[in-house]
Design a protein around this ligand. Structure first.
Ligand SMILES: *[C@@H]1O[C@H](CO)[C@@H](O)[C@H](O)[C@H]1NC(C)=O
Length: 238
């Protein structure tokens, strides 16, 4: 620190002395001596003190590691200045490939294998009713059944109704059916919009047609129309 303070002053002093004595700059005299001294006396960098050869510009940031270095030469698909990481692109491609394989896997599962993925099922004819014990309103129930490759369950005949009832009775909790009232058709239709041929209404039901658009089954196997925003046991069919 002391060097930095003293040297410029010395140089300035010499410079002033020289200029006052003679107007001409002598041979070998550097007018900008002050600047030179300051720049030369960089003692802060040990590499310079030690005189390590071949150290060009070591002050800049180190070259990034290859694994994180954006490859601007090969990742040229980007727009708007996006930086492309080759490893990330590779991972994305692998993810896409895995997703494809999952789709194939799901498609090749037989109905029995599907049903084994969730316990608590009842088989009736070609159909299997299952619940994982989860609950939700009509829309949540529909969404959760389609997500696992099934449909919100709807008994289509007396045998299916009693199979469905077994699950409701077992859980002792009302379950929503895959049926809803449509004002355009003024009737109850299944999730494909088709009219339904089988009903198991409790006496006096449906009692609020047009207002109560969803249907639930009670543990006795009988149906009641209800509003769609209730918390039901979700039973899916496969
Ligand atoms: C049931 O869920 C499927 C898939 O999420 C959706 O396309 C369909 O519109 C839903 N149906 C109803 C009646 O909410």
């Amino acid at each position: 620190m002391l060097t930095f303070l003293i040297l410029p002053q010395l140089a300035l002093g010499v410079s002033l002395q020289r200029t006052s004595r003679s107007a001409t700059v002598p041979q070998g005299w550097v007018p900008n001596a002050c600047t030179l001294i300051i720049c030369a006396s960089d003692k802060g960098d040990p590499r310079r003190e030690m005189g390590i050869p071949g150290t060009q510009d070591l002050s800049g940031p180190a070259e990034p590691l290859a694994i994180s270095a954006p490859n601007r030469d090969t990742g040229g698909t980007g727009t708007r200045g996006e930086i492309h990481f080759p490893e990330l692109e590779l991972l994305k491609a692998e993810m896409r490939e895995l997703q494809k394989q999952m789709e194939v896997f799901k498609a090749t599962l037989t109905k029995t294998q599907k049903v084994l993925l969730i316990p608590n099922g009842v088989i009736v004819g070609e159909k299997i009713f299952k619940t994982d014990g989860s609950r939700g309103d009509f829309h949540a129930a529909n969404a959760s059944c389609t997500r696992i490759g099934g449909n919100l369950a709807l008994p289509r005949d007396a045998a299916e109704n009693s199979a469905f009832q077994q699950i409701v009775a077992w859980h002792n909790r009302r379950a929503v059916l895959g049926i809803s009232y449509t004002t355009t058709q003024r009737t109850f239709v299944d999730l494909n919009g088709h009219s339904v041929g089988f009903f198991s209404w409790a006496p006096g039901e449906p009692n609020n047609v047009g207002y109560e658009k969803c249907v639930e089954m009670h543990p006795d196997g009988k149906w009641h129309d209800r509003i769609c925003e209730l918390d039901w046991l979700i039973i899916c069919e496969f």
